[in-house]
Design a protein around this ligand. Structure first.
Ligand code: SF4
Ligand code: SF4
Length: 82
């Protein structure tokens, strides 16, 4: 999963771009639900939030390292949940 750092300026452009609805406004800045973030695997070649973020504050979450196969499995689980 990706994460949003405290460099976020709350511009709101990433939230509507997420195909998994993983981005939400937290107490102070936007946040990513790691259980919903597939790093856009299954939907797009590149993480859409990273593409649009004007301040480049969306790195991989070092506490949630995932392989492409794990991310794709999460994508399939999220499809089933719909
Ligand atoms: Fe959503 Fe993709 Fe960004 Fe993850 S990488 S938060 S799935 S837009
Ligand atoms: Fe924050 Fe970047 Fe999202 Fe804007 S695009 S709300 S700066 S994470």
């Amino acid at each position: 999963a990706l994460m949003i750092t405290d460099e976020c300026i709350n511009c709101d452009v990433c939230e509507p771009e997420c195909p998994n609805g993983a981005i939400y406004m937290g107490p102070e800045i936007y946040q990513i639900d790691p259980d919903k973030c597939t790093e856009c695997v299954g939907h797009h070649d590149e993480p859409q939030c990273v593409q649009v973020c004007p301040v480049s504050c969306i790195p991989r979450d070092p506490s949630r390292p995932e392989t492409h196969a794990q991310l794709f499995a999460k994508y399939l689980r999220l499809q089933d949940a719909d």
